[in-house]
Design a binder for this molecule. Structure first.
Ligand SMILES: Cc1cc2nc3c(=O)[nH]c(=O)nc-3n(C[C@H](O)[C@H](O)[C@H](O)COP(=O)(O)O)c2cc1C
Length: 178
């Protein structure tokens, strides 16, 4: 393979784990949605997820104050709404209204589920020790929901600069990883 140097500023697009998700938060009667893709699994059970959320985002304050959120996993069918929620601030608008998304009550926490997303993970903040330095919240998933009708979800994966890859093809191989 003939390789060429790749700009360090674009490396994130190679390693972005995806899928792109939508984080919902609620505090003091206000609810919000933000698009998020810098996340990683940290533990199997209880499921722990690390999520980088910039303190420039309105969601940052809502998450810090409520210590709860939902990780909603969208598919390509609502990709434009996903990007819309990533280009606008909940400080000045209700994104559920603006993007015609449906909030549904969660079972264990105050933040709403997005009904149009095929999976929803209700989370509580488990560790904020890396928030000041990296904006990294460790979240514990306390309840998970999935639409059984969606067999091979066509999730979207950010390649950087507004480019996305769409998943959906499944292959089965031997793997020691659970
Ligand atoms: C594809 C995509 C991925 C994003 N990933 C992140 C992320 O991982 N962390 C983050 O802080 N912001 C991320 N953003 C930016 C936020 O979604 C954006 O700043 C949004 O306007 C924040 O909304 P809020 O101010 O209402 O919370 C992403 C945006 C897009 C479009």
């Amino acid at each position: 393979m003939a390789k060429k140097p790749f700009p360090l500023s674009n490396v994130y697009g190679l390693l972005e784990p995806g899928p792109v998700v939508m984080i919902t938060t609620a505090h003091d009667g206000r609810q919000n949605i933000m698009t998020q893709s810098w996340h990683t699994m940290i533990e199997f059970e209880p499921p722990l997820v690390g999520c980088v959320i910039s303190n420039r985002n309105h969601s940052f304050g809502l998450l810090l104050a409520s210590r709860e959120c939902v990780i909603n996993i969208p598919t390509v069918e609502i990709a434009e709404k996903v990007v819309g929620c990533g280009n606008t601030s909940g400080a000045s608008m209700d994104k559920f209204e603006k993007f015609s998304l449906t909030p549904k009550p969660a079972s264990l926490i105050g933040a709403p589920l997005i009904d149009e997303c095929y999976a929803n993970l209700e989370c509580r903040v488990a560790d904020t020790s890396m928030v000041d330095k990296y904006g990294l919240f460790v979240l514990e998933v306390v309840q998970a929901w999935i639409d059984p009708a969606v067999k091979d979800p066509r999730t979207i994966h950010h390649l950087g600069s507004g480019s996305f890859m769409v998943a959906g093809e499944r292959i089965q191989l031997e793997s020691k990883m659970k």
